[in-house]
Design a protein around this ligand. Structure first.
Ligand code: 5GP
Ligand code: ZN
Length: 135
């Protein structure tokens, strides 16, 4: 038994509008879509979030996401698509079974997910060093 809602969907303990399934992957409609055609793609194997998902699972998943994203875009006649994952509560993660969002975008849909800000060259350079030193 698991408390994970997405594992429950994988195990068919609760229903979902499944659009793709194979031995390792499941894709289904988001219950509270950001836009028309919003789909979630998950590995069946439970991992909490992106950075704790093993490389082999991700290698298997990414080409399937391409196929599913193409189908979504064609099905809803989208003009673009956002592929996102929220890693951690601070980033908006609510369900702690790793998932990618496929959010179809439409010309003039008014969705503005990110706000950009100006930055100073010195600050950027310092941050680049800081990050490189953590690789
Ligand atoms: P997160 O915020 O964790 O990145 O995204 C979780 C997503 O799962 C949300 O977009 C939410 O609407 C969706 N969701 C939550 N519970 C369920 C559910 O029971 N079924 C389906 N199909 N989607 C769900
Ligand atoms: Zn799970």
């Amino acid at each position: 038994m698991t408390d994970c809602i997405f594992c429950k969907i994988v195990n068919k303990e609760i229903p979902a509008d499944i659009i793709y399934e194979d031995d390792r992957t499941l894709a289904f409609m988001d219950i509270r879509p950001v836009s028309r055609g919003h789909v979630l793609v998950i590995p069946k194997l439970h991992s909490e979030d992106l950075l704790s998902t093993d490389d082999e699972t991700l290698r298997d998943l990414i080409p399937k996401i391409k196929i599913i994203a193409t189908a979504v875009m064609n099905a809803v006649d989208a003009d673009g698509i956002n592929l996102t994952t929220n890693h951690g509560a601070a980033a908006g993660q609510v369900i702690f079974h790793m998932h990618f969002h496929l959010i179809p975008r439409y010309k003039n849909d008014g969705l503005k997910p990110w706000q950009h800000h100006d930055s100073e060259p010195k600050t950027r350079a310092e941050l680049a060093v800081l990050i490189k030193n953590n690789l």
